[in-house]
Design a protein around this ligand. Structure first.
Ligand code: ADP
Ligand code: MG
Length: 357
C-alpha cells in the first residue's frame, strides 16, 4: 500500500446490516488528508449508508478514525465533520444568514465569530447579496450553495457530500461541479463525495472508490481506474460511452477469436477454447482497411455531436460496438468497416469478469 503522509479518514472492517440484510460488507479504506474522494456506484450499492456511518448517523460495526482520532463511538457533532445533502435541508422560515448561523448559535459560538464565519462563507460561495432572502426566494443552485455554506461555517475537518447536485438541471450541475472543485482547492479539506454519476466522479476525484453491492471493487485515481479497471464491472461503469465488452474465445498461440475475425493477444494460463471478454474503449477503436488483427462490422447508424461522432456498429455475431471518431469523412449507415484497437489499449477479462491482460 502507498505510504500515507497524513491520514484524513480510515475505515477498518466497517459493516452494516438492516435486519438480516447486510448492505455494507467489511470495508477497509484509507483516505489521505486533504484528498477529494468520490464514492461512486449504482443506486442501492451502499454509498449513502457508508457516508452516514462516517458521519455518525448510523450505528456501525468496525472502526472509523478521522484525523487519527477513533470516532467510532462519538456523536456526529463530535466528529469534526459537516454533511451536505441532496435535499438541501434548509429552514424555510429563516433567512439565508440565519440558516448559515443556526448551527453555530446552537453551539453557543460568540456573535463576532459567527459573523466572521458567515461573512467568509458567503464570500467564498458568492451569496453575500442573498443573505437576507429566504430559501423560497432562491433558485435550486443558490439553495445548494447555502447548504454548502452551512457546512463551511462549521469549519469541519472533513466535508461529506451526498449527491449534492442531483436535484439540479444538467447545466447547473456542471457549473456547481466546477464550484465544488474550486472550493476544495481553496479550503484544502478532506472531502468525501457520494454520487452515482461517473462523470462527477471522474471530474472531481483525487481518488475514486467504486462500490458494488456493499463492497469496494476498486480504488484509484481517475486515470488508474479508467486505464486499468480490475474487472468488467469497473470497466463498464467508468467511462461514457462505456467500454465495449465483447465476448470472445481464446484460441491459444496468441490468438483470440472475436465474432467472425481473429485478433492477436498475449494471455497466459488459459486453455484454448476458454471464453474471454475483450474490452475496447470507443475512442481507441480505429477503422482500418482490413485484417489481420481487425474484425469486420456493419455501421448501423451514426450520432453526430459536432466535435465527435459515435458510430453504432454490429459485428458478424450480432454483438454491438460503439466507435468514437473525432475526424474523417462521414461513413454511411450500412457500410462495412474493419475495426481494431492498438494492442496496448485492449483489455482482457476472464469469464468471471476479472482482468487477465
Ligand atoms: P445508495 O446510496 O448507494 O443508493 P444506500 O446506502 O442508500 O444506497 O442503500 C444501500 C442498501 O441498503 C439498499 O439496498 C437499501 O435498500 C438498503 N437500505 C438503506 N437504508 C435502509 C433502511 N433504513 N432500512 C433497510 N434497508 C435500507
Ligand atoms: Mg444514496
Amino acid at each position: 500500500m502507498r505510504e500515507l503522509d497524513r491520514i484524513g479518514v480510515a475505515l477498518n472492517g466497517v459493516r452494516k446490516s438492516y435486519g438480516a440484510l447486510q448492505v455494507v460488507h467489511g470495508i477497509d479504506l484509507t483516505i489521505r488528508d486533504g484528498d477529494f474522494v468520490v464514492f461512486v456506484g449504482p443506486s442501492g450499492c451502499g454509498k449513502s449508508t457508508l457516508l452516514r456511518m462516517i458521519a455518525g448517523l448510523e450505528v456501525t460495526d468496525g472502526e472509523i478514525a478521522i484525523k487519527g482520532r477513533d470516532v467510532t463511538d462519538l456523536d456526529p457533532s463530535e466528529r469534526g465533520i459537516a454533511m451536505v445533502f441532496q435535499s438541501y435541508a434548509l429552514y424555510p422560515h429563516m433567512s439565508v444568514r440565519d440558516n448559515l448561523a443556526f448551527g453555530l448559535k446552537m453551539a453557543r459560538t460568540d456573535r463576532a465569530e459567527i459573523e466572521r464565519r458567515v461573512g467568509q462563507a458567503a464570500e467564498i460561495l458568492k451569496i453575500a447579496h442573498l443573505l437576507d432572502r429566504r430559501p423560497g426566494q432562491l433558485s435550486g443552485g443558490q439553495r445548494q450553495r447555502v447548504a454548502i455554506g452551512r457546512a463551511i461555517v462549521r469549519e469541519p475537518d472533513v466535508f461529506l457530500f451526498d449527491e449534492p447536485l442531483s436535484n439540479l438541471d444538467a447545466e447547473l450541475r456542471v457549473s456547481m461541479r466546477v464550484e465544488i472543485a474550486r472550493l476544495h482547492r481553496e479550503l484544502g479539506n478532506t472531502m468525501i463525495y457520494v454520487t452515482h454519476d461517473q462523470t462527477e466522479a471522474m471530474t472531481l476525484a483525487d481518488q475514486i472508490v467504486i462500490l458494488r453491492d456493499g463492497r469496494v471493487e476498486q480504488t484509484g485515481t481517475p486515470r488508474d481506474v479508467y486505464a486499468n479497471p480490475v474487472n468488467t464491472f469497473v470497466a463498464g461503469f467508468i467511462g461514457s460511452p462505456r467500454m465495449n465488452l465483447l465476448d470472445a474465445e481464446w484460441r491459444g498461440s496468441g490468438k483470440v477469436r472475436l465474432a467472425d475475425g481473429e485478433i492477436g493477444a498475449c494471455l497466459d494460463s488459459l486453455q484454448a477454447g476458454e471464453r474471454i471478454v475483450v474490452g475496447m474503449r470507443p475512442e481507441h477503436i480505429r477503422i482500418v482497411a482490413g485484417g489481420p488483427d481487425a474484425v469486420k462490422a456493419t455501421v448501423e447508424f451514426t450520432e453526430y455531436l459536432g466535435g465527435t461522432r459515435y458510430l453504432y456498429c454490429r459485428l458478424g455475431d450480432a454483438q454491438n460496438v460503439v466507435v468514437e471518431l473525432r475526424e474523417g469523412d462521414d461513413i454511411p449507415s450500412g457500410s462495412t468497416v474493419w475495426l481494431t484497437a492498438p494492442s496496448e489499449r485492449r483489455r482482457y477479462f476472464d469469464s468471471s469478469g476479472a482482468r487477465i491482460g
